[in-house]
Design a protein around this ligand. Structure first.
Ligand SMILES: [Zn+2]
Length: 341
């Protein structure tokens, strides 16, 4: 279904029809719209090297196109959607965020893949010592295995999001399997922590159009990131802290890890596991310096909820990125091209 026909058809339509099509298909968005239309895989996770400054938030709204409409031509789809208007109910809206525009000196640290006894307590201690909050995108499988640790994260006031059940790359899953990964993660967090998650981070930042639709139906916002460790190899805590701090701007979302995700499940992954473990050791050791030096520069480390509350226009497709006095400013997406970790 990854033919170029549909995107070309969309751009070839006269603008009233194009607007009608986009609105009838229920899709409002930018860079990821083509993937949403075609079901093609899109790698949207690497905010640092892929997104332009005006793409920090993309909002998609999905209405109830029937499954059969996916096999129709574009022209048939436009005509059919009008005829089927009574069934065209709203399926859901979700936002995709790399960072936000805000006048507050807020940044959001986030940790993926945990909870994990090796790293999560160390990171929680550092956050507590600094009086800082963060967001943990947990794997359902780890929540189920480390229940007390998951409860500690919740009880210390951090936000909790869903990072699937076993860290499958959703871009390579059929829609039914992807839905299971998302829903099993959601259920584990609900069962152990009593939290109905509405924040989602896809493993490796990879999504398909089908997954974006599932997320909209399940009332999830997708949080990607504008800053990550991006240090080659294992690195050192100093290098990781320097890299992150050089790129921090108000509104930034920082992606770090408190476990090793898919590395937990690789059948013959000893070498990978060792490298990832060493890398996570370095990242966890960098957290105190990131917190201390960031706070010394005037930044506050907040949860995703607090970051969203401070957004100039949290539903905007094009958020503003205003200057903040005495702080580094500008869009966090304007950074050198690098390979994401
Ligand atoms: Zn992950």
């Amino acid at each position: 279904m990854c033919s170029q026909d549909i995107p070309r058809g969309v751009t070839a339509l006269p603008s009233p029809d194009r607007r009608r099509f986009l609105s009838s298909a229920g899709i409002v968005g930018g860079a990821a719209t083509i993937a949403a239309l075609t079901g093609c895989t899109t790698d949207v996770g690497t905010g640092e090297d892929r997104m332009s400054p005006d793409s920090a938030i993309i909002q998609h709204t999905y209405t109830g196109l029937s499954e059969r409409s996916e096999s129709l031509t574009l022209r048939q789809l436009v005509e059919t959607t009008d005829a089927a208007a009574p069934d065209n109910r709203l399926r859901g809206t979700h936002r995709m965020l790399w960072d936000i525009g805000t006048r507050q000196p807020y940044v959001a640290l986030s940790f993926d893949d945990g909870p994990d006894p090796r790293w999560t307590p160390q990171i929680l201690d550092a956050l507590r010592a600094a009086g800082a909050k963060a967001t943990f995108f947990m794997m359902g499988h780890n929540v189920d295995r480390h229940r007390d640790l998951a409860r500690r994260v919740r009880d210390e006031g951090h936000d909790i999001g869903n990072h699937t059940w076993t860290h499958q790359d959703l871009a390579f899953q059929d829609p039914a399997s992807a839905r299971n990964e998302i829903m099993d993660g959601k259920r584990a967090i609900k069962e152990v922590l009593g939290i109905d998650t509405t924040y989602f981070r896809p493993p490796r930042g990879e999504l398909s159009g089908a997954v974006m639709r599932i997320l909209a139906e399940e009332d999830y916002d997708t949080f990607l990131w504008s800053v990550s460790r991006n240090v080659p190899g294992v690195g050192t805590p100093e290098l990781v802290a320097d890299h992150v701090l050089e790129r921090l701007r108000p509104g930034a979302i920082i992606d770090m890890h408190d476990s090793i995700g898919r590395g937990n499940f690789l059948p013959r992954g000893d070498r990978t596991r060792k490298l990832l473990t060493a890398s996570r050791d370095v990242d966890a050791a960098a957290v105190p310096a990131i917190l201390q030096r960031g706070m010394a520069a005037g930044l506050q480390f907040v949860t995703m909820t607090q970051l969203l509350e401070a957004a100039e226009d949290p539903g905007a497709i094009t958020p503003s990125t205003p200057a903040t006095e005495n702080l580094p400013h500008g869009p966090t997406t304007q950074v050198p091209r690098e390979v994401a970790s």
